[in-house]
Design a protein around this ligand. Sequence first.
Ligand code: 4AD
Ligand code: MG
Length: 461
Amino acid sequence: LTTVRDLYRDREKYVGQTVKVGGWLRNIRDSKTFGFLVMNDGSCFSTLQVVYTDQLENFSDISRLNVGASVIVKGTLVETPKAKQPFEIQAEEVVIEGTSMPDYPLQPKRHTFEYLRTIPHLRARTNTFQAVFRVRSLIAYAIHKFFQEQGFVYVHTPLITGSDCEGAGEMFQVTTMDLNNIPKTEDGQVDYKKDFFGKPTNLTVSGQLNGETYAMAFRNIYTFGPTFRAENSNTTRHAAEFWMIEPEMAFADLEDNMNMAEAMIKYIIQYVLENAPEEMAFFNQFVDKGLLDRLNHVATSQFAHVTYTEAVDILMKNNDKFDYKVSWGVDLQTEHERYLTEQVFKRPVFVTDYPKEIKAFYMKLNDDNKTVAAMDLLVPGIGEIIGGSQREDDYDKLAARMDELGLNREDYDFYLDLRRYGSVYHSGYGLGFERCVMYLTGMSNIRDVLPFPRTVNNCEL
Ligand code: 4AD
Ligand code: MG
């Protein structure tokens, strides 16, 4: 079978030739002696129009087809200079592969995203979701390309782990224990020795700690995998299962870290604009007017930089605009992040040097002893898209911080070893993949950029 993508790419070669294409009907219009099928085969965004006539022996069967049916069409490709589409197929044969019921949930009209969320197994057949998931695939490829071209080693970090990298306690436990009959020790505690791994384990919230160990061997590495957070926040930006890209670089400080993040974001934007022009034009027209202008601007201008302390000064002057009032020491909420990036800087902005109390244990303590060498990248429409830092590379400082936070040193022995044997200054960050897809497509709900989203109270399919 030829794909619709091939027909568009090699049009000259196919014009006047007999081709065979398989696909699903998006629309069907018929009259007494002829009809049109509009089909999509998923190989590209464009649809293919097929003209069929009552010369075909199964003419009446074809005319009775419903939207969603699958067919294989054989016919001649002819150019149609006067029509919207550049060419069509004049069918010599239409093989009906699978009929479709009249209650097919995707009729040729606009459906709301809410409705489409109820049919995640079918929504990928719509224009919007074909665009989203093709762009999602391209972004993943662009990210690999970006890092591989610079010699980064892709490390597969484990999904089951005994540690809580972010220290937020938002973990999904992994156990084979019978919840109705939990083994207990003599003093009534859960007896994890009887569990599969012999200790408490959970799905990873981040591959960073494992990633750091490989950065101390390869210098530059990245992870790209699923991460899990049992955050009980029902927002348009949080999923329980999401993908994260975590580069980790030895001999890199916070400045190098930010430069890498900025270069990566620009690279991805450029790649997608070049490789998915139709999909991006579609988003610009139907999902987020102004998307293309914005992305083109971001790809060619410098990101802004502000320290947490400066950002808090700006926000405190505008506290009347916020539900949650800002003062030095509080964690920034999405409303504050969006205000900074959308109203103040009007472009992506790095916020650096957060108070140590609101950041994870592994971040490098600044000379003021109050803040850490952290960076968050905020972007318009979303807020935080990247979180990262320079890591604490001093054994004593790291151990002291872990003690302060009540972390058990033995559990993090491997991590402390990195500071015992050949410690070097190093940095890394985590890009939330879904938030990145939202940013590039203009889609405003994380549930619409995950093929099968898992959020609070929702684990369908
Ligand atoms: O800021 P976070 O928690 O940072 C880390 O996990 C570090 N270990 C990363 C590192 O330095 N290697 O998460 C990183 C990013 C966030 O900026 C956000 O984009 C995304 O992951 N993220 C989520 N995306 C969707 N749903 C959630 N529940 C998310 N939590 C974080
Ligand atoms: Mg963060």
